[in-house]
Design a protein around this ligand. Structure first.
Ligand code: M6R
Length: 309
């Protein structure tokens, strides 16, 4: 359980733990969990994720789960903060102090630690064969270089951001583990640029949100799962035919002539892709906010640690 960006990392953690370890995982907003009567007991493990380790809702949810007998594992950044002290055990993500209000390196750090946790559990539970385990561990070691490759796109994304400076609405789409990336991309944009943005699972568009699409609506798609390339492209075609301007971040050979902008990121193991595919969105939000003369470190109405309800 978690809030905000940490909650998005938790959604990726669910994919990782379910896929690698075959253990069912529920992802909870801490603020919702704490005010209902959750079915939780001493057979449950709660993973509480928080950059600051001080988020009031997450701390209260930890206390509630603990009082019901659950075992609590914290994944935090701020050393010695309240949540790590309230948990039974855990891991620090060790990404160093995060100063800007928008969570960036904390997100990639949380996803990395969740990957390591899922791999360790899978090894213990023998739900993954040795070869597969070693291949993913090795690939995880390549992720920093792949992230550096994406950072080389900095100038291109800065240039691209100029096109979007006056956009009013963004829809971020993704399927599978690209869905949390869509949510996180949208959150980054809204919190530092004050532009309305929403993230949706791409196939949900036809159940309502597609009504929002009109000529010029900006749609951002993430496509990194080889099993979902065709499905995702067909979801994007549905918005393209209704006039959307589409930007796609992908590490696959996506062929759709009507996509306005394609940002190619390095290929990796599908479940490791979010740490790479989120970076263009962090940069895009940063540059759009800067173009609009906004303070990217201290966006209005927000605090770095939400220590009140
Ligand atoms: O410190 P935490 O990770 O517990 O904070 C949770 C949210 O308040 C935080 O992720 C928030 O959503 C960020 N400003 C997003 O960038």
């Amino acid at each position: 359980m978690a809030c905000g960006t940490s909650w998005h990392a938790a959604l990726i953690g669910k994919h990782l733990i379910e896929s690698f370890c075959r253990i069912p995982v529920e992802v909870e907003y801490a603020s919702e969990f704490r005010y209902r009567d959750p079915v939780i007991d001493s057979n449950d493990v709660v993973i509480a994720i928080s950059q600051s380790g001080e988020t009031a809702d997450t701390l209260a949810a930890v206390e509630l789960a603990k009082s019901r007998g659950a075992f609590i594992y914290g994944i935090c950044n701020a050393i010695g903060s309240s949540i790590p002290r309230a948990t039974h055990t855990g891991s620090y993500i060790h990404v160093g102090p995060e100063i800007g209000v928008a969570s960036t390196k904390a997100f990639t750090g949380q996803v990395t630690v969740l990957t390591m946790l899922a791999l360790t559990l899978a090894k213990e539970k023998k739900t993954m064969d040795e070869g597969q385990y070693l291949a993913i561990v090795k690939e995880l070691g390549h992720i920093p270089d792949k992230m550096k490759e994406v950072l080389k796109l900095n100038d291109r994304i800065a240039e691209l951001s100029k096109i979007f400076t006056y956009a009013h609405n963004f829809i971020y789409l993704g399927r599978g583990y690209s869905y949390p990336v869509a949510l996180e991309g949208a959150l980054k944009l809204k919190e530092i640029s004050y532009i309305h943005a929403e993230g949706y699972p791409a196939a949900e568009m036809k159940h309502g949100p597609i009504a929002l699409i009109e000529k010029g609506t900006t749609v951002i798609g993430t496509i990194t799962d080889p099993a979902l390339v065709d499905k995702s492209v067909s979801n994007l075609k549905e918005v393209i035919t209704r006039g959307a301007k589409v930007l796609v971040v992908t590490n696959r050979d996506v062929r759709a002539s009507d996509i306005d902008t394609l940002i190619r990121v390095p290929e990796t193991h599908p479940l490791l892709a979010p740490a790479v595919s989120i970076l263009p969105y962090q940069l895009l939000s940063y540059y759009i906010a800067k173009q609009n003369g906004l303070d990217v470190d201290k966006p209005r109405n927000l605090a770095k640690s939400v220590t009140v309800e």
